[in-house]
Each structure stands twice: as C-alpha cells, then as structure tokens.
Design a protein around this ligand. Sequence first.
Ligand SMILES: *[C@@H]1O[C@H](CO)[C@@H](O)[C@H](O)[C@H]1NC(C)=O
Ligand SMILES: *[C@@H]1O[C@H](CO)[C@@H](O)[C@H](O)[C@H]1NC(C)=O
Ligand SMILES: *[C@@H]1O[C@H](CO)[C@@H](O)[C@H](O)[C@H]1NC(C)=O
Ligand SMILES: *[C@@H]1O[C@H](CO)[C@@H](O)[C@H](O)[C@H]1NC(C)=O
Ligand SMILES: *[C@@H]1O[C@H](CO)[C@@H](O)[C@H](O)[C@H]1NC(C)=O
Length: 428
Amino acid sequence: MRIKYTMPIVFFVALVVIEKENKIISRVSDKITSKHTPQDPPQPDVFSHLLLKRNASFPLLGKDFVLMKRRLENYSEVMKRGRQHVLLLATTRTGSSFVGEFFNQQGDNMFYLFEPLWHVEKMLTLETGGTNATASAKAYRDVLQQLFLCDFSLLESFIDPLPVNHITTALFRRESSISLCEESICSPFVKGVFERYHCKTRRCGPLNLTMASKSCLNKKHKVIKSVRVRQLENLRPLAEDPRLDVRFIQLVRDPRAVLASRMVAFAAKYKNWKEWAMGGNVSLDFAEVMKLKGNCDNIRLSAEVGLRQPPWLRGRYMLVRYEDIARFPMRKATEMYRFSGIPFTPQVKSWILKNTQASRETSGVYSTQKNSSEQVEKWRFSLPFKIAQVVQRVCGPTLKLFGYKFISSEKMLTDKSISLIEDKGFTF
Ligand SMILES: *[C@@H]1O[C@H](CO)[C@@H](O)[C@H](O)[C@H]1NC(C)=O
Ligand SMILES: *[C@@H]1O[C@H](CO)[C@@H](O)[C@H](O)[C@H]1NC(C)=O
Ligand SMILES: *[C@@H]1O[C@H](CO)[C@@H](O)[C@H](O)[C@H]1NC(C)=O
Ligand SMILES: *[C@@H]1O[C@H](CO)[C@@H](O)[C@H](O)[C@H]1NC(C)=O
Ligand SMILES: *[C@@H]1O[C@H](CO)[C@@H](O)[C@H](O)[C@H]1NC(C)=O
C-alpha cells in the first residue's frame, strides 16, 4: 500500500530536481533570452497512470541521474554548433513514412526517429481503447523535448517491456531509422534473442539506448516523425525552448483520400461504411463520423495556428500537402530542406529519384516505394461517391483551407481530367 503512494512522489521529486538542474544550466548558457518561459516539469498525473499500468522501476534515478546531468551540461555546447531540429507532424495515411524518408536518407549527420510516440500512446491507452487527450498531449510534448536533446530516459519508461540497463529489444520500428542501425550503435548480435524490430541492413543485437543517445549527441540534425500529436498549440513549449530551435513541418492530405486509404488498410473496420455506400440496409456509425470530423478539425486548427504565424511560431512552421510532394517530389523536398536549414545531400536526391519512379512490384500497403504521382489520384476510383460526400460534409472547412476541390457528382469524382487540387501556395 505504502509503496504505491511513495513511488509517484519519489518520481515526481526526481523530475523536479532534474528540472532545477536544467534551469541552472539554461541560465548559464548565453543564448537564453528573457522571453524564454521555463517548462513545467512533466505532470505527475501522466505518470500515475503509467504506474498503475506497470509495476515500474524508475530509469531516471541513481546512475542515470548522473548521466542525465552530464547531458544537460552539454546543452550549451550543443547549441553552438548550429544544429537543426525538425518535427514532421502528420496523421495516419498521409504519406508521412514516405516523406520521413526524405530526412532519414540525409546522411551521416542525421539522427532520425520514426514514431517514437507509438510507445507513449500504447502505454497511455485506457481500458476504453481511447486516450485522455490532455494527459497524452503532455506526455508527447515531454518525450519529444527529451528526444530532441538525445535523452531517451522518459521514452524508456514507456517502452514495454521496460528496458533493462537501457537495453531494449522492443523499440517500435527500429529498422525504419537508419541512425538506429548504424555501425556505431550496432551491438554484437546475440543468438537466440528475439528482436521484433531488428535491423535489416546489418545484424545487430538488442538496442543499447545509451549508445543511441551518444550517437544522437554527435549528430548535427535531428528529425522526428509523428502522427500522434493532435494540436500544434500543445507544442508551444518546444518552440519556445531555445536549446531546440525546432521547426515544424505539417504534412496534410485530402481527407477523402485518407479515408479511402484507411478503407483499404483496415477493410474490416469499414465494412459497415462500404455496405452503407452500396445502398445496404445499415446506417453509418455516428461515433465514427464524429471521429472523422474530430480528426479533420484537429488538423485544420493546427494549420490555422501555423499559418497565422503567432510570434512563438514565426519562421518555424511549414505546411506541405502530400499531393504536391507526390507530384513534385524534388521541388518540395528542396523547399522542405531549405526551410529546415539542413543540407540537401546527393543521397536524398538519389533516393527520391529512385523511389518516385520505382516499379510497382514492391508497393505493399505500408510501402514507401511507389509511383507517387499515380498514387495521388488512385483513391478516386476506390472511394464511393456517397462516402466522399460524407467527408465533404464533415470536413468542409478543412478541404477549403488546404485547397481541395469539392466533388459534386459521381462523374466528377472519376473524371481524371478534372484536378481536385487547387494550386495553392502557403506563404510563410
Ligand atoms: C511489484 O513490485 C513489488 C516490489 O518490487 C513486488 O513485491 C511485487 O511482486 C511486484 N508485483 C508484480 C505484479 O510484479
Ligand atoms: C559532451 O558531448 C560530447 C560529444 O558530443 C562528449 O564527448 C562529452 O564527453 C560530453 N561531455 C559530458 C560532460 O558528458
Ligand atoms: C484527463 O487528464 C487530466 C489531467 O491530465 C485530468 O484532469 C482529467 O480528469 C482526465 N480526464 C479523464 C476523463 O480522465
Ligand atoms: C551500452 O553502451 C554503453 C555506452 O557505450 C556501455 O557503457 C554499456 O556497457 C552498454 N551496455 C551493455 C549492456 O552492453
Ligand atoms: C507513374 O504514373 C503516372 C500516372 O499513371 C505515369 O504517367 C508515369 O509514367 C508513371 N511513372 C513511372 C516511372 O512508372
């Protein structure tokens, strides 16, 4: 009984102590400006849920604390090197894996992480199947902030099973991050140890997160891709953290195409929708329609904040439509690189050339290798008109903001000579 109550307190105290340390170091550093508002430490409510779910030990205590302190001491040094931090924000089925590759492929100076928040979402998923948006938003923000500083300790506490001595076999899609499978953090292969997300380019043992952190500190550029952040506004503390100098790229896609893609990827889940569209004797699940509306609204609200350019976001936000990337991959990649301040390397160029003109053989549902300009229109032949109308009804303002034309008839939907994408530049 007592343990249950003391543990969250100990944890909280540890975080407060670390935060204090963090502030002292920040004060020393020369780049701190008076407009910087110090962060709140992660809220205990996020962790109490985590604690209830897992009989956890705390990776932040003891030896790790010393390690973390050292890393904090390195922050001011990190800042002087002109490093770039980019958060690629998207939602599912918007081509974010594909666009993430533009950065993953950059080269030796890139530290790229693919969906690290997957672990956080999984751990914070309630018995009801949903998450508490307020609690998740805080956890996402805090984990992202640490990761940009090459600190994996908070993320570790969300990985299941809990890493032992910072070694894990379970980091989600490790192999999707070139930097996590590099020679320097490839520990010797251990026979008989199963690693679900193992490296494909070389045989490595379980991931040593201390090594990953060291490697990260040595890289100039850090890019994290996530489909889990719902509101850009929630990330304001990241934008205001002068240690990070972070830039946000929001990737959006026509919600009708997103739904069409989901209906293919999660066919069972959308059986009802299909039946309804075919004129079957079923009604649409109201909750599902509201969820669609909620997603559209979140994306639009984030973009509205970004495009409004409040002082905290000035020069830090870029909106990109997937359709433009698919049609003009090289041009859009160049723009994204220019915005982020990261050098556009020949490796990226050749990856784009290879993968936007690739043969169709390897294009599975989750594949990034596809003829992208062909992909961009495909949904028009799989999405029933009735469902397109539902999307237009609940996502109207979102379509309008991003310049996606409304479809008024079944004929228009499948008439490829009519483009549904307005030429729209988003100025910053
Ligand atoms: C939780 O941790 C306590 C103290 O370490 C231990 O006695 C107990 O058996 C653990 N419970 C579970 C379910 O692992
Ligand atoms: C700071 O980081 C560098 C690598 O970027 C490392 O060599 C050095 O040991 C670190 N210093 C401390 C005090 O951890
Ligand atoms: C969600 O979390 C917040 C704090 O993080 C808490 O105040 C609120 O009661 C929670 N809501 C629900 C429905 O559990
Ligand atoms: C993980 O890497 C660190 C840093 O290279 C090293 O000190 C530590 O021994 C490694 N852990 C294991 C279990 O190999
Ligand atoms: C990709 O698809 C478009 C549209 O169908 C087609 O015009 C183009 O030739 C294709 N490119 C390649 C390299 O297959």
